[in-house]
Design a protein around this ligand. Structure first.
Ligand code: FAD
Length: 443
């Protein structure tokens, strides 16, 4: 059996490794259009900031290590066409331009996303960057560490925009974020983002909401960002506007795509076409609470779905239990985390829900280092099952949200979590932990 994997990072290499572990005899060929395989793009902001100075630490396994395991990895090779009726793909060697055909018994599409870059005037100027791939990270770090780069404008206030704001703030830059929506971090509700906004302002990170970037001005390098509301000096612009599934090359194959271009798959990672699977950011993912597919391009899902794809390609029928959209982000001194539905999502789905927002603490005040911890909890009114939670604080927010994720997946009512026997000792938590306090407060 020959598997071809298109895309060699999280989902693609998880699937290839899993299949090889199950079936030593499987022939596996990976095509990756970039130079790097199997790396943690999530580490890029911390490489750019200088907290990690060795980009190879982000690589989980090299091409050579995969090849020692019997997986053939072709870097700088882009798949430009898929012909399902002949089980063939057309590949282009990115360096030489040479094209050739290859044949598969089973195919996994794991091509991830491309960064959205609108056709702004002035985009050709130097010092306008994105942060999507390892190559982007290497280039951005080089420019960001130059002392003459003072004013940094970040376009987009999502997860990556926030991580870049922290990185640039840490490098001593004057940082401005331009966000066209009415709030930053759309997956979070306003109670949480308001606290994050205050923290950004206290740290002199300027955040402009309801403002659209229109063009860039400059001579050779960018010097100004022109928006719907003003003109700002910029030595460096980073676009973090969002991503779209990298699936354009599948046009005409008959593989079903959602409106945003994400591949439609079932819970076993199968597309509508026999022997073609998809996983990771290029595809939708089953949502545990919504009980339908959603689009949530996260490393969490890509790794798990890739592994499941590998198992199923080997002949299993494993289903993904479903994502909760669990995600965390650090903004300077604050941790933010979320899982399940936000209140906005619960409203959109017309769920009859209850909500509570509490201010608790990471641990008791008589132990040094107490800091506030805010939790927003959402539960279904009739069953009192927890369906969503968000937290923000200097310490312990992510840990608490992981507990709520387990509660949601086990369909626990808030009252049960409110009496769960969690660890207690003053350096770590109160006898009534913030999780208990929020769960018992929701009425
Ligand atoms: P990708 O990692 O995008 O890999 C797809 C690969 O396919 C790419 O290397 C691409 O070159 C290749 N490819 C595309 N088209 C073709 C083609 N036609 N032929 C051959 N090769 C092709 N997620 C989290 O959960 N937590 C985080 O903290 C987090 N932080 C992040 C920070 C940054 C800066 C970035 C960029 C992402 C972050 N993510 C995070 C998201 C996470 O990195 C992705 O969800 C994950 O990498 C998706 O894996 P993937 O394998 O589906 O796609």
């Amino acid at each position: 059996m020959k598997l071809i994997v298109i895309g060699g990072v999280a989902a693609g290499m998880s699937a290839a490794s899993k299949l090889k572990r199950i079936d030593q005899n499987a022939e596996i060929t990976v095509y990756e259009k970039g130079e790097y395989v199997s790396y943690g793009a999530c580490g890029l902001p911390y490489y750019v900031s200088g907290e990690n100075d060795d980009h190879t630490k982000m690589i989980a396994r090299t091409k050579q290590q995969f090849e020692q395991k019997g997986i053939s990895v072709n870097i700088f090779h882009e798949v430009i066409k898929v012909a399902p009726e002949r089980k063939q793909i057309m590949v282009r060697n990115v360096n030489t331009g040479q094209m050739f055909l290859d044949h598969y018994d089973k195919l996994l599409v794991a091509t991830g996303t491309s960064a959205i870059v609108p056709p702004f005037d002035g985009l050709e100027l130097d010092n306008i960057h994105i942060l999507k791939t390892m190559e982007d990270g290497l280039a951005l770090k080089e420019i960001a560490h130059q002392p003459h780069i003072k004013n940094v404008v970040i376009v987009g206030g999502g997860y990556i925009g926030m991580e870049l704001a922290e990185a640039m703030h840490g490098l001593g830059k004057d940082v401005r974020i331009i966000e066209q929506a009415e709030k930053i971090l759309l997956p979070f509700d306003r109670e949480i983002t308001d606290i994050a906004m205050e923290h950004l302002q206290e740290n002199n990170v300027d955040v402009h909401l309801n403002e659209r970037v229109e063009s860039f001005n400059g001579y050779q390098s960018v010097q100004q960002v022109i928006t719907s509301k003003g003109t700002y000096e910029a030595d460096l612009v980073i676009l973090s506007i969002g991503v779209r599934p990298a699936t354009k090359f599948l046009d005409g194959t008959g593989i079903q795509l959602a409106a945003n271009g994400a591949i439609k798959i079932d819970r076993e990672m199968r597309t509508n076409i026999e022997d073609i699977y998809a996983a990771g950011d290029c595809a939708e993912v089953y949502h545990f609470v919504k009980q339908e597919n959603a689009y949530l391009p996260l490393g969490t899902n890509a790794n798990k779905c890739g592994r499941i794809a590998g198992e199923n390609i080997a002949g299993a029928h494993r289903k993904y239990i479903g994502t909760l959209g669990s995600a965390a982000v650090k903004i300077i001194d604050l941790e933010l985390a979320r899982t399940g539905l936000s209140e906005a999502e619960a409203k959109d789905l017309s769920i009859d829900y209850k909500v509570e927002f509490v201010k608790a603490a990471n641990h008791p005040g008589y132990y040094p280092g107490q800091t506030p911890l805010w939790i927003k909890l959402i539960c279904e009114s009739r069953t009192r099952r927890i369906i969503g939670a968000q937290a923000i604080g200097q310490s312990g927010a992510v840990l608490r949200i992981d507990m709520f994720a387990i509660a949601i997946q086990n369909q626990m009512p808030a009252d049960e979590l409110g009496m769960t026997d969690l660890c207690y000792a003053p350096p770590f938590a109160g006898v009534w932990d913030a999780v208990h306090i929020a769960s018992n407060a929701i009425k």
